[in-house]
Design a protein around this ligand. Structure first.
Ligand SMILES: [Zn+2]
Ligand SMILES: [Zn+2]
Ligand SMILES: [Zn+2]
Length: 255
């Protein structure tokens, strides 16, 4: 819902700590592959425009989607200005999505994807399938199935990094895909159980099992204050915050 949450006056929503202001979660990957720089985004939520402006984005080379909920897809239309520049070179921005997510994108953005669409200012984007392993601008993304309530959604592993958002359960077969992950970014909504999101304790337990050296929690509700929660987290684990930037070496990147 973002923090502050609309209509709420709790201590986190009214906190003056800038770390307690949270836009909807997404990841911006600036990939340096030899001499080539690429920009890959995971999820374009309703705050994508604000995040893109804040990050000074001048292009996006690809987008990957975890699932089709509003807080992960509703910024798609704000790819338009960046997509027009790509279209002038005769291209379009690829959007990698599971079949389920692709169906929702086609429905919600009918005026963009329908073959009959005549809206002239539609985003110049195209949907691409998400395989078990998908290579995007030299980075291999491993699709990691996780459960979000009853729904199976997509987490991503790239090199020694994993991004698992909106998780409530990790199947055994997916733990196998997470061996050797050193930097884990995983959702942790709050302390109180939720039918489709992990609690902070559950997420800490999974991080321990995966054995990541650094763990960042994301998709955090207003129940968790930044400073007070970080004080009680184990070493190597912390709440992420808007604008957090991490440098990682992806051995799997090859030209
Ligand atoms: Zn609140
Ligand atoms: Zn969701
Ligand atoms: Zn979400």
């Amino acid at each position: 819902m973002g923090v502050p949450t609309v209509g709420c006056d709790c201590s986190v929503c009214t906190s003056t700590d800038p770390h307690d202001r949270r836009l909807r979660p997404s990841v911006l990957l600036r990939v340096q592959n030899g001499g080539i720089a690429s920009i890959i985004v995971i999820d374009t939520g309703p705050d994508f425009r604000e995040q893109a402006l804040r990050s000074g984005l001048t292009r996006v080379d690809a987008v990957l989607y975890t699932h089709s909920h509003a807080d992960h897809i509703l910024g798609l239309d704000d790819l338009r200005p960046l997509s027009f520049a790509v279209a002038r070179q005769g291209g379009s921005i690829p959007l990698y999505a599971s079949d389920e997510t692709a169906d929702v994108l086609r429905r919600v953005y009918d005026y963009t994807f329908s073959p009959e669409a005549t809206y002239p200012n539609r985003a110049r984007v195209r949907i691409e399938p998400l395989q078990a392993r998908t290579r995007v601008h030299g980075v291999e993304f491993v699709r990691v199935p996780v459960l979000h309530g009853e729904q199976e959604i997509v987490g991503f592993r790239f090199g020694s990094v994993a991004y698992l958002t909106d998780v409530s359960f990790i199947p055994e077969s997916s733990f196998d895909l997470l061996h050797g992950v050193e930097c884990l970014i995983i959702s942790a909504l709050r302390h109180k159980p939720h039918p489709s999101h992990a609690t902070l304790d559950q997420a800490v337990g999974w991080a321990r099992r995966i054995g990541s050296r650094h763990t960042w929690f994301t998709h955090i509700a207003h129940d968790l204050g930044h400073a007070e929660t970080n004080r009680m987290l184990p070493e190597g684990m912390a709440l992420a915050h808007d604008g957090l930037s991490i440098s990682v070496h992806l051995e799997s990147v090859r030209s």
